[in-house]
Write a protein that binds this ligand. Structure first.
Ligand SMILES: Nc1ncnc2c1ncn2[C@@H]1O[C@H](COP(=O)(O)OP(=O)(O)O)[C@@H](O)[C@H]1O
Ligand SMILES: O=P(O)(O)O[C@H]1O[C@H](CO)[C@@H](O[C@H]2O[C@H](CO)[C@@H](O)[C@H](O)[C@H]2O)[C@H](O)[C@H]1O
Length: 483
């Protein structure tokens, strides 16, 4: 970065300024990051959107907050980076190294992934504890929440869409990587749920945003209580499978928890009834996604016509319309946590990371989330050798029964809607796996084959207690405690 650019950076906004000496190292580093969405497409341009020195270059370590625009063929995204700067990198931080700056205010210094440095991660927490503004950055917090000072930070390991830091096992900070204008649903929905007293989702206690000229604020990070000792639903399901153990009681409880969250979301935020035309548009969107995915994942091509049947049936079936509301949007077992007392919580309300924010914030049928969990039981059963279809079927049934117990309506009573959403999810998964985990592609492909076959006439379930003949806006159950 030039001296002039560096001077402006302290004031905050540097829209369009080139990244200077940082550019070559970031070009090489970005595509290697799990959270980088533009893999496989050459970066055509890197732009500085905003730069703030959380700690100036004179400080050691320095901490630089960057928003950078990354243009690649057919996409233009904005990413959040927290870069540490030190003259000498201690050996423990070697894995975090991005490169050495050759010129500019950081000439000769090591530039590295700031969240990998406990001192810098602690500084970020301090900023969140003391709300205020720094350049375009705004730090906010719930004034009633207790956020301890200086708990030891550690990065969350594993494959994530964003980067999370755990502080002393009491709080977890998610730093969003691909960011855009408008509130992130992962802040919006948990806050809305907390406001209506839903305890199934950890309530945000602090967050930070960027306010850039001519743009809605961009949500950059959210701090929430860390549910210590909880089991990730996906890992728990795999352990049960490996032990040949039943999971239906857990699946039933998860169905109830999911239904409670849906009911609270319908209370907290607008819920609407989609008219037949809107439903047909929903089906058309699914058909378009299928066509686009089949172009990208050729293995889908032989099944495309059969899969389309699910979406055509949805478009043709809706005389009365479909209830739509804010939902989780990317629900699967990895987004669920089970506490030692057996209660379930849902996390990560960002929605499908690849979808535009406006789509993710639109009301949708709650069955989209239900389909996500049902697909997840299939994923678990298929990652077990030998494949355990009965285990998945039992879990799917138990989950739907639990859901019906809370809402009075079993999702299987609407097989056309459920099949359309399961198909859409399997198509999404085929694209996700082909992009990120090709070894897993066979899992959604097995579902694709099944869902593309002509369906037998649906087995009618006995009506659930209080069940309605047609989809209704979500009934509102009495609030229940988390247990
Ligand atoms: N409040 C929490 N308490 C305990 N663990 C959590 C909490 N929030 C997230 N996690 C853990 O962090 C992982 C990643 O969180 P998630 O919100 O899914 O991030 P990403 O959007 O990066 O995928 C989860 O799978 C879970 O194991
Ligand atoms: O957790 P994310 O929000 O990043 O979600 C993405 O990655 C998930 C995988 O980590 C992916 O989920 C798929 O694989 C899971 C097993 O690893 C399985 O339980 C899910 O049912 C399946 O969809 C998710 O689709 C993707 O958006």
């Amino acid at each position: 970065m030039s001296e002039a650019a560096s001077a402006r950076s302290r004031q905050g906004s540097l829209a369009g300024v080139p990244l200077g000496p940082l550019e070559p190292m970031l070009r090489a580093w970005l595509p290697r990051q799990r959270w980088f969405a533009g893999k496989g497409r050459p970066i055509t341009r890197l732009r500085l959107v905003s730069a703030v020195e959380l700690l100036p270059p004179g400080a050691s370590p320095g901490l630089l907050h960057l928003l950078i625009g990354v243009d690649a063929e057919g996409s233009s995204d904005c990413y959040q980076l927290l870069l540490g700067v030190r003259p000498n990198l201690p050996p423990g931080l070697a894995p975090a190294l991005i490169g050495y700056a050759e010129q500019g205010p950081y000439a000769g210094q090591a530039v590295y992934e700031g969240l990998g440095d406990p001192r810098l991660a602690a500084l970020l927490l301090e900023r969140l504890r003391s709300p205020g503004a720094l350049g375009p950055l705004r730090f906010e917090r719930d004034p009633h929440a207790v956020i301890p000072a200086a708990p030891a930070p550690r990065p969350l390991s594993g494959e994530q869409t964003n980067s999370s830091m755990i502080y002393g096992d009491s709080h977890i900070l998610k730093v969003f990587r691909r960011v855009g204008p408008g509130i992130n649903p992962d802040l919006e929905l948990p806050r809305a749920l907390a406001a209506v007293g839903c305890t199934r989702v950890p309530a945000p206690v602090a967050w930070y945003e960027a306010e850039l000229p001519g743009s809605e604020p961009l949500t950059l990070g959210v701090l929430q209580p860390y549910l210590r000792g909880s089991d990730d639903g996906w890992q728990l399901a795999l352990r049960r499978l490996a032990a040949g153990a039943d999971f239906t009681a857990e699946a039933h409880a998860l169905g109830r928890a999911t239904a409670e969250v849906h009911s609270a979301l319908a209370d907290a935020l607008p819920a609407v009834a989609l008219d037949p035309e809107q439903t047909a548009r929903l089906a058309a969107g699914m058909t378009a996604r299928l066509a686009a995915t089949a172009r990208e994942v050729p293995a889908l091509l032989p099944y495309e016509a059969g899969l389309r049947g699910a979406f055509d049936a949805l478009a043709a079936s809706r005389g009365t319309g479909v209830a739509a509301q804010r939902i989780h949007g990317d629900l699967h077992l990895g987004q669920t946590l089970r506490a030692p007392d057996g209660s379930w919580a849902l996390i990560d309300f960002e929605g499908e990371p690849a979808r535009p924010l406006a789509d993710r914030r639109r009301p949708e049928p709650a069955v989209r989330d239900i389909a996500g969990i049902l697909r997840s039981f299939d994923y678990a059963a298929r990652s077990h050798r030998p494949f355990a279809p009965a285990w998945a079927d039992d879990c799917r049934a138990a989950f739907c029964e639990g859901y019906a117990r809370t809402t009075g309506r079993d999702p299987r009573e609407d097989p056309v809607l459920l099949r359309a959403y399961e198909t859409d999810k399997a198509v999404y998964e085929a694209r996700y796996e082909s992009r990120h985990r090709p070894d897993w592609l066979h899992v959604p492909m097995a579902a694709i084959r099944r869902l593309s076959e002509p369906q037998r006439p649906a087995h009618r379930l006995p009506p659930a207690p209080g069940g309605a003949a047609h989809p209704q806006p979500h009934p509102k159950p009495p609030r229940r405690p988390l247990a």
